[in-house]
Ligand binder design. Structure first.
Ligand SMILES: Nc1ncnc2c1ncn2[C@@H]1O[C@H](COP(=O)(O)OP(=O)(O)O)[C@@H](O)[C@H]1O
Ligand SMILES: [Mg+2]
Length: 300
């Protein structure tokens, strides 16, 4: 099996503040703790792919600040190849996460270097795309660059996984090239144009979303689980029952599980179970990269 995976997308430095509640306007409160971690949807997905044993290369941009070096070192520590990550003449992308005791999160992002990624940077990395089996893309980079990357990956015979997050308008023609479209409930609601919160609503809306893409749709619903539909087989997967510590990166971890499943030719049933198991491990620890499980931790 050729395990080469290329992840194109965002790389952020995350500052996660654990607190009981948000302060009111004019009020100052103390956090319970603070932790710092590599983040950004692209980097998170790359780390999960690498931790599952996939030969993972990342295309993206970090800033020319000290966070940029730390982010590159962090990716390399998890065996993500960083040769095609460039430095932009600005700050690195930053993520500020407020994490509450029940596991819920609020996130604010400073786009920084991620939005300096250009079509030329994707073209410069064509040699690695040509050798890849899978290309994984999210939308925390300029949409024109993401659309170009989907087209280029498809041209070179790659299986395209698009995590359409955050939700932004995207070309219908480009969406038709996407083999696997992964969205959470908020993004699914945006693209389907109807509210999706429950498994029943996701099962119903998956027809419409599947019609927009080439093959498979995955709708994730946090602790309520996920729905997969490939135009023939539709299945609901409950989330695994675990002691939740902090849910940053759950969706990114799920996507790593999907990439692994695609490379191993898993059927829908195995794919949903595997991705649910991978992501359930990630919510039992703080941070994204650190919390993501290795293949051994998933299959034991
Ligand atoms: N509290 C939880 N307990 C167990 N599994 C979870 C929990 N939260 C998320 N997951 C798993 O992670 C997947 C993705 O989480 P979700 O929150 O939908 O993604 P995102 O991070 O993109 O919002 C879910 O479908 C589920 O399988
Ligand atoms: Mg969620």
């Amino acid at each position: 099996m050729d395990r080469r995976t290329v992840v194109i997308g965002s790389i952020n430095y995350d500052i996660i503040i654990k607190q009981d509640r948000l302060p009111k306007i004019g009020e100052t409160i103390s956090a319970n703790s603070v932790s710092m971690s590599g983040g950004g949807k692209g980097a998170n997905q790359a780390v999960q792919c690498a931790k599952l044993g996939l030969d993972t290369h990342m295309i993206g941009k970090v800033g020319n600040d000290h966070f940029g070096d730390e982010l590159l070192n962090g990716l390399e520590k998890y065996h993500v190849h960083t040769n095609f990550i460039k430095k932009a003449d600005t700050n690195s992308g930053l993520g500020f996460v407020n994490s509450f005791p029940d596991g819920r999160l609020l996130s604010t992002i400073e786009k920084g270097a991620n939005y300096k990624l250009q079509i030329k940077d994707i073209q410069d990395a064509v040699s690695i795309i040509k050798e890849a089996s899978i290309v994984v893309i999210q939308l925390e980079i300029p949409i024109k660059v993401a659309e170009y990357a989907i087209q280029l990956g498809k041209k070179h015979g790659c299986y395209i996984i698009l995590n359409a997050a955050p939700s932004v308008p995207i070309s219908a023609d480009v969406l038709k090239l996407v083999d696997c479209f992964v969205v959470n409930e908020a993004e699914a609601s945006y693209y389907a144009g109807t509210e999706i919160e429950t498994a029943e609503q996701a099962l119903a809306a998956s027809d419409l979303l599947q019609n927009m893409v080439a093959h498979l749709v995955c709708i994730t619903l946090g602790e309520k689980g996920s729905v997969l539909f490939d135009g023939k087989e539709k299945q609901y997967f409950p989330a695994e029952k675990v002691d939740v510590i902090e849910t940053t990166g759950a969706g990114d971890s799920y996507i790593g599980g999907i990439a692994y499943s695609v490379l191993n030719n898993f059927l829908i049933n195995e794919m949903g179970k595997f991705a649910s198991k991978v992501s359930s491990k990630t919510v039992t620890n703080i941070g994204a990269h650190e919390a993501m499980p290795s293949l051994e931790e998933v299959i034991m």
